[in-house]
Structure formats: C-alpha cells, structure tokens
Design a protein around this ligand. Structure first.
Ligand SMILES: [Zn+2]
Length: 418
C-alpha cells in the first residue's frame, strides 16, 4: 500500500525533522532496552551518534520527562559519566484484560512498575456485554482518579481481549468465548481523552514478554497462552505477526487429529482440545467421577464434588503425586510438545514462552514437552531453542496492555510531549 497520495510512491523519504523524530525514538528504545540505568557515553556509542547530537536528543527526552539522569558513575579515567534511565514519573499507564470471566486492570509508572490494581470476576456469559463494559469503565475511572490524585498524567490505555481485533479501528470483531461481536471498544473509550490500543490477548501478552518479560532481547519467539482455550502470539523479526488480516496466531485451532474431540470453533481434533484448560479439566473431572483421583477428591474445597475441580486443584493434586492427575498432565505435555515441534519447524523461533495456566503446569509438563520436541522437531529447527514459563503468569495480558502503550511512546515520543 502506498503511504502517500502519489500512486507510485512506495518508499518514504525524510527531511531533517523526520530524522530527528527517528533519532528520538531510537535513543528512547535503547534506554528502554537497557532495562536500567545506562551510561550516556555507552548510549552514544551504541546509537552511533556524536556527543552533541546525543546531548540534544537527551535534553528533549528529559524535558518531556521520558528519561532522567540517575547519577554519576566512574567509567574509567577522567570525569565520571552520567547515567540515564527511563523516568518512572514520566506518566502512568493503564493495562487491562477483558477476560472471559473477569476484568483485570493495572496502573503502572512509566517503567511498568505496578502501582495500583483491581480485578473483578464477571461470572462469564451470565453478565450482559453492556454491564461488563460499564464495569470496565468504572475500573478505568478509578485508575484515572488514582493517577490524578498523585499529580501524574495518564499516557494511555492498552487492553487485551479474547478475540479477533481490527487494528485500524480498535474494534473487537469476534470473541467466541464471550459471545461478543463488532464492539467498537477504542471508539467507546476515546472519551477518556488518552490513546487507547486494543489487541488480542495472546498478542498483547507476547508483546509484554518481549518488552518487559522473559522474551526481552528475543526477536523470534512464540507465546502460547492458555486461558479458557489456547491462543498464540507470534513475534517475528521483533514484530508481532498479524498476517494479511491481522488474525494470525490462532494456533490452538491447528488440527492435530482429524477425528478428535469437538472444538468450540466447530472443527474436530484442534490442538486446543488436547492441551487447553477446558480439555484438561474435562479429563480430570471424568477420572474423578470414575474414582481414579482419591487425593484430589479428598481436598477440602472439592469434598467429593468433581464439578468443583478447578485448575489450581489439579496442580495441588499433582504436587501431592496423584498418579492419574500426573498422567493427564503428562499427556498434555505430550500433545503440547507435538504442537510446539510443528511450530518450530514452521517458524524457527529461538524461544517458546508458556503463559497463563500453562506457566503453572510447568514442573509437570515441561520434561515431556522437551522430550517430544527433541523427538519430533527437525534438528536444525530445535537447536538452541529455549522453552520458558511466562514472567507474569496471570498478569501477562495486563502487562501486555501496558506494553502496547509503551511501544507507541517509544515509536513516536513526540506525539506524547506534555
Ligand atoms: Zn478449534
């Protein structure tokens, strides 16, 4: 798509102003990536700029309160060097997750440190869409009031949703597990007066891991998110891969067996029906009803009622060495490994991050996952691949929401000047 009105103008040229904007963005990226104070001299060296240009850019970024000087350090003979870091006081960010049965909102400083949080259970589809949206807005308003109370400014709201998103308009197109379609969330939330970014929850979480989590410095990785179903975020060449329509990453619906269990999407044998939390619970409850999980059924919260079993109970029974539960989780590890091996062959990532419920299942599934990957992925594709658990567990999506805004600020800091 041409970016200008001229039909043949495919490549963008830049004037001096454009170069300056680019440099401000690049310097801010380097400071963010450092993950802590970095010596100005080192920054100048990495960015490949001369001292006076760097001084000029840093003065600007400091004036906008995106960065600050954190002190002096002796970096060798001569004068001590100035240390630069992201200024946590530069503003507040709201990260949110509209879950299938909950709403979670965090408020962070500009270094993504959580300073305030709220979570409400919404009891799934029992609530009407309008009611859930009103509750979400109430939480946003509380976070905004909190921001103003401390004399800060709000920089933006980033929201992860369990469905497909039209990025151009910030519309939630379709969320099967919520039963929502065509909800113009960004347009509705423009009334808060700050930029609002809406993203699929797995993509948001992947970005969060990339910017502040276990996938920092990893340009090629796959994030697997297990909430109700199984979603995925693909980071390719340092960018979230959206595909032609922005819907890439629905890897939970890869067909693993043609005649397998029926999936929520209408197909049979999707990967999700073997490794998704719903599938795990179904199998454990079945075993419980057949009397094969005595330890699990004796847990005080369960007290013999298989319907009361939740994922945390499954892990509790696994920790107590319940044989059948361990077998179910081992099988999950097997199917997870098979799917991951396929993904390694297709995308050749350097890292796979397991998030959501999967991050808690780590000790019981990881050894099997690694064995399957070893046995099934092509040797070139699996060499040096790391498989890690999410840094944020159930906070992955809200921290992803924060990251959505941070990414926008780093890409175009002058649009956020006070
Ligand atoms: Zn499916």
């Amino acid at each position: 798509m041409p970016t200008t009105s001229h039909p043949q103008r495919r490549y963008r040229t830049g004037d001096q102003n454009w170069v300056r904007e680019r440099n401000l963005s690049i310097v801010l990226h380097y400071i963010w990536d450092a993950g802590g104070p970095i010596a100005r001299a080192r920054l100048t060296e990495i960015a490949g700029l001369n001292k006076s240009t760097m001084g000029n850019l840093l003065t600007q970024l400091q004036a906008w309160r995106f960065v600050h000087e954190t002190g002096l350090v002796n970096v060798g003979p001569g004068r001590p060097g100035v240390m630069i870091d992201i200024d946590p006081g530069g503003g507040r960010l709201i990260g949110a997750e509209l879950g299938v049965d909950f709403i979670s909102v965090v408020l962070t400083d500009l270094k993504a440190n959580v300073v305030w949080r709220r979570k409400i259970d919404t009891n799934g589809s029992a609530r009407q869409q309008a009611e859930v949206i009103t509750l979400t807005e109430k939480l946003f308003q509380e976070a905004i009031d909190e921001t103003h109370l401390t004399g800060q400014r709000l920089l933006g709201i980033g929201v992860g949703v369990p469905g497909l998103v039209d990025h151009a308009t910030g519309t939630l197109l379709f969320a099967p597990n919520l039963g929502w379609s065509n909800v113009p969330l960004r347009e509705m939330w423009q009334r808060f007066g700050v930029p609002v970014v809406i993203e699929n929850e797995a993509n948001a979480a992947a970005l969060g891991e990339h910017m502040i989590g276990v996938a920092k410095h990893s340009e090629h990785f796959i994030y697997l998110s297990a909430g109700v179903g199984l979603g995925g975020g693909l980071m390719i060449d340092g960018k979230l891969h959206g595909g032609a329509g922005g819907y890439a990453g629905e890897i939970g619906h890869m067909t693993l067996t043609p005649d397998g269990p029926l999936c929520a999407c209408g197909n049979r044998g999707c990967w999700e029906t073997f490794v998704g939390p719903t599938a795990i619970l179904d199998r454990v409850r079945q075993a419980a009803q057949e009397g094969r999980t005595p330890i699990l059924m004796a847990l005080p919260e369960i007290n013999g009622d298989a319907n009361a079993i939740r994922m945390q109970h499954v892990f509790e029974a696994a920790a107590r060495d319940e044989t059948t539960v361990r077998q179910v989780l081992d099988e999950v590890g097997q199917y997870l490994g098979i799917g991951i091996a396929n993904l390694l062959n297709a995308f050749n990532p350097s890292l796979v991050v397991l998030g959501g419920v999967l991050s808690l299942a780590g000790p019981y599934i990881l050894p099997r996952v690694r064995r399957e990957v070893e046995a099934r992925a092509l040797s070139a594709a699996r060499t040096n691949v790391q498989i890690k658990l999410s840094a944020f567990k159930f906070d992955a999506c809200v921290m992803g929401g924060v990251s959505l805004i941070v990414r926008e600020i780093l890409n175009n800091p002058s649009a956020w000047k006070p």
